[in-house]
Design a protein around this ligand. Structure first.
Ligand SMILES: Cc1cc2nc3c(=O)[nH]c(=O)nc-3n(C[C@H](O)[C@H](O)[C@H](O)COP(=O)(O)OP(=O)(O)OC[C@H]3O[C@@H](n4cnc5c(N)ncnc54)[C@H](O)[C@@H]3O)c2cc1C
Length: 432
């Protein structure tokens, strides 16, 4: 598989609000800020240990960067995460199966196009595999260097393959990406939950004590215990687990008293949010002459790299993914510009008939979402170890989770889950 990110989905998403939730404790043991997968995993672990968590979530739903909805296209559509990655080791795969989520296999067909013309897919795959080996060597020999030290494109096919590693996977350009961080990540096969990743996370997080629509503004950890000022009043507990995206921390949207120490602030600055968005197009009839689940890797005539998932689940549907500098600039132009770009990119390859057949569109804009401020974290060169620094607890009462804090599964739902479990264990260890 040539990139770790894509999407498709089927069947119905379960609505978080529709499920019964326990009442909220007046005196919780742990306050958890953010009900994405990290907060959900932390809350479950705290409850399993017989302790009482309270989850607060600024959105009107749980799931954070996983979100499946069916109203746009009439079938489940993921706005955020969609794939289970490195499925041979991914701890979420058995959990999803246990909740009866049907998982579709890794797409086997890869199409490669340069400037609207088919390119040599075998050479492309060799370039990609070789690139991974070169990053591995650079990380082992050179340490925490930029991926661009190992990869300098000599032609369009190399540019395209390298873009699938930088902008279209990590969400940043190669010179902004730590080779060591890239190399530490688990890699392997892919699986798509047919009902959607967001639906899986909603289902996994059902029945937790969560306050939706409540935003944390300030965390006072001067002690004893912690108090969290929110849009719905102040909560107090012996410990707090902060799971908001690193983009939210970097923007200073939550203030800390006393302020976070310099090494924590340095870690936040070393793990900026990359840009990655999905532009979805539905067609009224078959206009793309590819097999279902084809992974399209293409460089447009203008030189912009895209990844697209074509005809998932036999639907006349395409998800065009954009990322890195190009994706960020495109997102800033707004949803219509994103949709026009995606249609033009596919028209170059599959012809003008495709434009006339479009009968539904959607574009995500995770960079404009103030509760995320980007897609996921990417360690800058020289900053791979900042994930551990971000994860480190403070004063036995302030704990950190979220994908950015996980060295092995960063930028993925599995990293959110693993980190939530870790932070819950840390907090439980100090509760008496
Ligand atoms: C477009 C896209 C595609 C992706 N594709 C994949 C994929 O295919 N596979 C994969 O494994 N991963 C993928 N990811 C990454 C994955 O979605 C994330 O790594 C994971 O969901 C992060 O979970 P989290 O709990 O760490 O953070 P989040 O899910 O962001 O949860 C944090 C929560 O905190 C809340 N919050 C923020 N500020 C406050 C506040 N002040 N007060 C209260 N609450 C607040 C937010 O609303 C949010 O719900 C993708 C992400 C994006 C954006």
């Amino acid at each position: 598989m040539l990139t770790r990110r894509a999407f498709a989905g089927a069947a119905a998403a379960s609505a978080a609000g529709a499920l019964a939730r326990p009442s909220l404790a007046a005196n919780p043991d742990v306050i958890i800020i953010g009900a994405g997968m990290a907060g959900i995993a932390a809350a479950r672990a705290v409850m399993e240990a017989g302790r009482v968590p309270v989850l607060i979530e600024a959105r009107g739903r749980i799931g954070g960067r996983t979100y499946t909805e069916s109203h746009t296209f009439g079938f489940p559509h993921d706005h955020g995460a969609a794939w289970f990655e490195a499925v041979e080791r991914n701890p979420l795969v058995p959990l999803a199966r246990g909740l009866n989520f049907q998982l579709a296999p890794d797409p086997e067909t890869v199409s490669v196009y340069i400037g609207g013309r088919p390119a040599d897919a075998e050479r492309y795959e060799r370039i990609y595999r070789d690139a991974e080996r070169r990053i591995d060597r650079a990380a082992r020999n050179g340490g925490d260097v930029a991926v661009s030290v190992a990869l300098q494109a000599r032609d369009s096919l190399e540019r395209l393959a390298f873009a699938q590693i930088g902008p279209l996977d990590a969400g940043v350009e190669l010179h902004q990406l730590s080779a060591l961080d890239y190399n530490r990540q688990a890699d392997g096969g892919l699986l798509l939950p047919a009902a959607g990743m967001g639906a899986f996370v909603q289902s996994y997080g059902a029945s937790l004590p969560v306050r939706l629509g409540v935003r944390a503004h300030r965390v006072d950890w001067s002690g004893p215990g912690v108090s969290v000022e929110t849009s719905a009043g102040t909560l107090r507990a012996p410990a707090v687990i902060v799971t908001v995206p690193v983009g939210v921390l970097a923007a200073g949207d939550i203030s800390f008293s006393p302020p976070l120490p310099a090494d924590k602030q340095d870690a936040i600055a070393g793990l900026p949010m990359g840009s990655f968005n999905r532009i979805a197009l539905r067609f009224e009839r078959r206009v793309i002459d590819e097999k279902p689940f084809t992974a399209l890797n293409a460089l447009t005539r203008a030189g912009d790299a895209i990844y697209a998932m074509l005809r998932p689940f036999q639907r006349e549907f395409a998800i065009v993914c954009v990322g890195g500098d190009h994706g960020r600039a495109l997102e800033a132009k707004g949803p219509q510009a994103m949709i026009d770009f995606a249609i033009d990119a596919l028209v170059e390859i599959y012809g003008g008939d495709l434009r006339r057949a479009v009968n539904g569109t959607h574009a995500t804009r995770w960079g404009a979402d103030v509760l995320t401020r980007g897609a996921y974290s990417a360690a800058r060169p020289g900053h791979a170890r900042k994930r551990e620094a971000l994860a480190a607890p403070l004063a036995d009462r302030l704990f950190f989770a979220g994908e950015a804090t996980d060295p092995k599964w960063a930028a993925r739902v599995a990293g959110a889950w693993t980190s939530g479990q870790r932070a819950a264990r840390e907090s439980l260890a100090v509760l008496r």
